[in-house]
Design a protein around this ligand. Structure first.
Ligand SMILES: [Zn+2]
Length: 273
């Protein structure tokens, strides 16, 4: 079910104008449409066709430690990344369409990532298509971002999603057939618990994978820096139909690769569970 892209990492070693200006009424002057809010969804639209303009209203987007980046083999440094321990549990189903992605909201107290023993709580996870991070210049069909917070500090685990032969059962059971199609839409069911531990451990994402670690930023405005990024070598496989279910709603919500500048991409093949 899973295929490691560690070989890609190893082979590499050798080888919007910003968000729409919504006023208090929800009227979007850029589109001239009323932006509906329901289920307490904050809708924010980014213009991916004019990413250079993001920094006009969000100066951090032009800073020097931005994300995503291209994971070029020659820029990988073999080393020790912070140790990750996934202490995930369950969370009730709650899926939002926030105007730029499909986002699953998570009950943070039950879902903790230890980064060198420091607890970060999983707040949400969302998706990009195609991937934001590149591997030697290439995107893969999708990328999943698990966003963890400790106060204002952020640690994001990125899972690359490739096309597999069969429907991914975890996603099939997590409302993937009925994603909220329109910005502001929400699907929720307090009775339906998602097992995030199953996602991580049965899919072996957190077990003995390799990963690439670097310091970057949010990939959407305000592009805040200081985000610890962990790009996991173990991929997830979704069927072509499951990938299409997402790209029918969002396709092209991936920021261009940003300059690495002085940063190091640390490749580490040793991750605990
Ligand atoms: Zn993201």
């Amino acid at each position: 079910m899973n295929r490691s892209i560690s070989l890609l990492f190893v082979a590499g070693l050798v080888a919007c104008d910003t968000k729409s200006d919504l006023d208090d009424t929800g009227f979007d002057p850029d589109t001239g449409e009323d932006v509906e809010e329901s289920c307490e969804v904050t809708v924010t639209v980014f213009d991916y066709s004019d990413q250079g303009a993001w920094s006009l209203d969000n100066p951090d987007c032009a800073q020097s430690e931005q994300s995503p980046v291209d994971v070029l083999g020659e820029s990988l440094i073999e080393g020790e990344a912070p140790t990750l321990v996934f202490n995930y549990g369950g969370t009730p189903l709650k899926i939002l369409n926030n105007g730029h992605s499909i986002e699953y909201e998570v009950e943070p107290e039950n879902n903790v990532l230890l980064v060198d023993g420091e607890p970060y709580n999983l707040a949400q996870f969302h998706f990009h298509a195609p991937s934001e991070h590149r591997i030697n210049g290439e995107t893969v069909p999708m990328e999943m971002h698990l966003v963890h917070k400790q106060g204002s500090a952020l640690a994001v685990v990125a899972l690359f999603i490739v096309e597999g032969e069969v429907d991914q059962p975890w996603f099939a059971a997590a409302g993937w057939d009925g994603l909220p199609e329109a910005p502001g839409d929400c699907v929720q069911n307090e009775e339906q618990m998602l097992d995030l531990d199953d996602l991580i451990h049965n899919q072996r994402v957190g077990d003995n994978s390799d990963l690439v670690h670097y310091s970057g930023s949010l990939t959407t405005p305000p592009c805040t820096e200081g985000v610890e990024w962990f790009l996991m070598g173990q991929t997830l496989e979704l069927s072509a139909g499951q990938i299409a279910a997402f790209t029918a709603i969002y396709n092209g919500n991936n920021r261009d690769a940003q300059s690495l500048n002085e940063r190091e991409l640390v490749w580490d093949g040793d991750v605990s569970n």
